[in-house]
Design a protein around this ligand. Sequence first.
Ligand code: HEC
Length: 186
Amino acid sequence: MTMRMKILIAATALAALSACSKPAATPPAATGGPVAHASIQEVMVSVVEPASAIVWKTPDSFDPAKKATQAQIDADWLALRKGAVALSEASNLIVMEGRHAAPPGVKLQNEGLEGNLTTAQIDEKLKTDRTKLLEYAKALQDASLKVLVAIDAKKPDAVLEAGGAVDEACEACHKHFWYPGAPTPP
Ligand code: HEC
């Protein structure tokens, strides 16, 4: 066994040892780290919605009839990828503890429609039904990661299909946390 290998093994063993003896990580907010400042509504409008709009739109350059340059096509793949990365990480923002549904006094979109919860009701649900929130946010992340895989494989059809799964993930969470009593379309 070479010296380098011995050192490597020793270092790995040490790392494993210290990983076991370390106390559980403290959440960042408790140690002066970042906090959930914006409401869910603002995260939706500022992060989730714009990122999803990127992944849902097939760039014009992908249409062979447009005869776009390879440079343009590459730039559009890159832009799509940025959207997918933002969307896949947005799920982490959604589930940060301490987020309210909306800023004080701000109305929700479609507030008052049949079957829609009020801001106060959503706030309550976010607290009492956290397991579901985590589940739906994970589903959004899983769907977004499928988009990312399709982008990296440069497969426009797969991007479109995974985009459909993203849409379902949005809808599932909204149905549960936002408009559980909304009439189902025929
Ligand atoms: C894990 C839960 C969850 C997922 C997933 C989710 N949302 Fe939301 N979203 C909410 C909740 C809760 C509300 C309603 C309360 C609010 O607006 O804060 C909402 C509201 C919204 C609103 C309305 C904001 C307003 O003006 O009141 C938009 C737009 C929106 N979501 C877009 C999306 C899109 C697009 C996706 C998928 C790409 C998505 N959301 C996925 C939880 C989620």
